[in-house]
Design a protein around this ligand. Structure first.
Ligand SMILES: O=c1ccn([C@@H]2O[C@H](COP(=O)(O)O)[C@@H](O)[C@H]2O)c(=O)[nH]1
Length: 232
């Protein structure tokens, strides 16, 4: 299985279609997020994903009733993964799990729910500034344990926390990991990063990779090179 989801972060439909066509043969799935979904909506999200597994990264974060409504609203897209924020608390996560189960009974497709822990663009200083108890690794662990207890299928974490979470949470819990930077790639806004091979070796289930693929001169070649590195 190719563990890479390519993040297509654009508001432009033609750009997303072009990138999807170029990289889909070399990745395990496509990630469409807030930027594309807000600009293009459900129908174009479905059109860009086509038959390729879809990771819908909406990072829902609201009161339980509203998040449950959000899960029901996108259920027809049948994404493999959908993100919600663990910081919304256990009742919110459980409401999302219940809504996903109801939707599965109707569509025959079970969406896997992933809880966002601490964004990979944040470091210990950033957590401190917003009044969250760090260090980041401890906060990620607290939120991941809460996510599992609330019935989620896995979490989003940085590659730096993967090994410890894998040891704590066992083989079946999904650890889906952005903040991936192949050698020489620009960090951009990411702060807790690692290379693709090291992240998989640490125990990541899936990798989310955006700009190192989409901003490469040849996105298909960049995705192919990452797949080759992981297969070697
Ligand atoms: O903590 C998080 C949660 C989600 N993301 C998303 O992953 C990709 C990463 O893109 P890059 O261009 O490879 O940095 C992006 O779509 C984010 O929304 C994350 O980076 N960190």
């Amino acid at each position: 299985m190719n563990p890479v989801f390519a993040a297509l972060d654009t508001t432009d439909l033609d750009c997303a279609r072009g990138l999807a066509a170029a990289v889909a043969p070399h990745v395990g799935g496509l990630k469409l997020g807030l930027e594309f979904f807000l600009a293009q909506g459900l129908a174009n999200t479905a059109a860009v994903a086509g038959a390729t597994p879809l990771f819908l990264d909406l990072k829902l974060h609201d009161i339980p009733n509203t998040v449950a409504g959000g899960v029901r609203a996108i259920a027809g897209l049948k994404p493999e993964f959908l993100t919600i924020h663990t910081a919304g608390g256990s009742a919110m996560m459980r409401a999302a799990v219940d809504a996903a189960a109801e939707a599965a009974a109707q569509t025959g497709h079970r969406i896997k729910l992933l809880g966002v822990t601490v964004l990979t663009s944040l470091d210990d200083g950033d957590l401190d500034a917003v009044g969250q108890r760090g260090p980041a690794a401890d906060q990620v662990r607290r939120l991941a344990l809460l996510a599992r207890a609330s019935g989620l299928d896995g979490v989003i974490c940085s590659p730096m926390e993967v090994a410890a979470l894998r040891a704590d949470l066992g083989a079946d819990f999904q650890l889906v990991v952005p903040g991936i930077r192949p050698a020489g790639a620009a960090l951009g806004d990411q702060k807790r990063v690692m290379g693709p091979r090291d992240a998989i070796a640490a125990g990541a289930s899936r990798l989310v990779i955006g700009r190192p693929i989409t901003e490469a001169p040849d996105p298909a070649a960049a995705a192919r090179a990452i797949a080759a590195e992981l297969a070697a």
